[in-house]
Ligand binder design. Structure first.
Ligand code: ADP
Length: 398
């Protein structure tokens, strides 16, 4: 059984074709600069040469057409015909309160997705374009939407209502939604497995640390609280996003700098975070290298990022009677040995202890806590595509 997983951004389309019996990626690639000059598709099937198509991609449909042609290509492809794609799984960023689970896509679902555009104006429209392109090019293939927000729909009101007049929740659905849900869910399931626990018995704190970052408190295998909020701006400082700060700063800067709502939103989303603090880069590898060379502001950005992770871990520990594991995942969590080490060393007062030798690796599943650590520390490479494919199989097989 082959599942095509599609993840559309405003000018990109990432895909993987996953063979589900062996859970193997048989082809994957990326179309980029869709609708912009210099667009291209990179496609790579396992065991074959990479194919690069440099061609104008006026929209997501054109990009998908080239992807599908590449998948069935005699030389670079892996399947004989598109009939060998059994179903398509789409990543959708925002499901609002309407989707607590992944769902089979039909006309009614499309209407609800459209209605949720207001909640994620940057992310949901390209997700919808990707679905529509697939519907046109693969008419009879079933499709599933897997939402970044769905895993967090189990949060209780105490963790999702903001201290604003309640009518704003009722009128505009202003509440915490949580993001990176597919990743938090995937690592939760893997962690339960690695710890030999039933999913509904496992309590975890999962730290998804990438370009965008969020931390989730998982109780009984379900999301109970999460750091990120109504939009992906809340919580930890990220590559270019502020994370938490005094909300009064926003009108203050708007007045001082004479900024419009969209300008201040751009400032907080694109020019802040560790990039804003350091003035060096939003990329954690660049920051680590600059800090190593003695750049104080790069070091300060890393210090603030790590301190913020510790504060969330500390706060989330108060929400559970015991914690079975703290999980590190995503680009930084999987690969940055020093981030893991420094975060955990700063939590020594809670009895947390890392085993430096075990922690001395990147991008592999491992338990890296010392034997006498109060809580197990796990590194789990995330695999959102596989989770989307699994959800797609689950929903199309029933
Ligand atoms: P995205 O949110 O874009 O999916 P990723 O989860 O891929 O992001 O994470 C990207 C981040 O991971 C980048 O800031 C990158 O520098 C960081 N990263 C990747 N490898 C390393 C490494 N070896 N050490 C430190 N940071 C790393």
């Amino acid at each position: 059984m082959n599942i095509l997983v599609v993840n559309c951004g405003s000018s990109s389309l990432k895909y993987q074709l996953i063979e589900m019996e062996k859970q193997e990626v048989v082809a994957k690639g990326l179309a980029e600069r869709i609708g912009i000059e210099g667009s291209r598709v990179e496609h790579k099937a396992t065991g074959k040469e990479k194919l690069v198509v440099e061609e104008a991609l006026e929209d997501h449909k054109k990009a998908l057409e080239i992807v599908l042609n590449s998948l069935v290509d005699d030389e670079y492809g892996v399947i004989d015909s598109l009939d060998q794609i059994d179903a398509v799984g789409h990543r959708v960023v925002h499901g609002g309160e309407d989707f607590a689970k992944s769902t089979l896509i039909d006309d009614q679902v499309m209407k609800v997705l459209e209605a949720n555009v207001e909640l994620a104006p940057l992310h949901n429209p390209p997700n919808i374009m990707g679905i529509e392109a697939c519907k046109e090019l693969m008419e009879d293939t079933p499709m599933v939407a897997v939402f970044d927000t769905a895993f967090h729909q189990t949060m209780p009101a105490v963790n999702y209502i903001y201290a604003l007049p309640y009518e704003y929740y009722e009128k505009y659905k202003i509440r915490r939604f949580g993001f990176h849900g597919t990743s938090h869910q995937y690592v939760t399931e893997r962690a339960a497995d690695m710890l030999g626990k039933d999913l509904d018995e496992v309590n975890l704190i999962t730290c998804h640390l990438g370009n965008g970052s969020s931390i989730t408190s998982v109780k009984g295998g379900k999301s109970y609280d999460t750091s990120i909020g109504f939009t992906p701006l809340e919580g930890l400082p990220m590559g270019t996003r502020t994370g938490n700060m005094d909300p009064a700063i926003v009108p203050f800067i708007m007045e001082k700098e004479n900024l419009s709502p969209s300008q201040v939103s751009n400032l907080m989303n694109k020019e802040s975070g560790v990039l804003g603090i350091s003035g060096v880069s939003s990329d954690f590898r660049d920051l680590e290298a600059a800090a190593e060379e003695g750049n104080d502001r790069a070091q300060l950005a890393l210090d603030i990022f790590e301190a913020s992770i510790r504060k969330f871990i500390g706060a989330f520990l108060t929400e559970m009677d015991h914690c079975d594991g703290i999980v590190f995942t995503a680009g930084v969590g999987e690969n940055s040995i020093t981030t893991r080490e420094r975060v955990i060393e700063g939590l020594a007062s809670l009895g947390l202890k890392i085993d430096k030798e075990k922690n001395d690796m990147r991008g592999k599943e491992a338990i890296v806590s010392a034997e006498d650590s109060s809580i197990k520390i796990l590194v789990i490479p995330t695999n959102e595509e596989l989770k989307i494919a699994q959800e797609t199989v689950r929903l199309t097989q029933n």
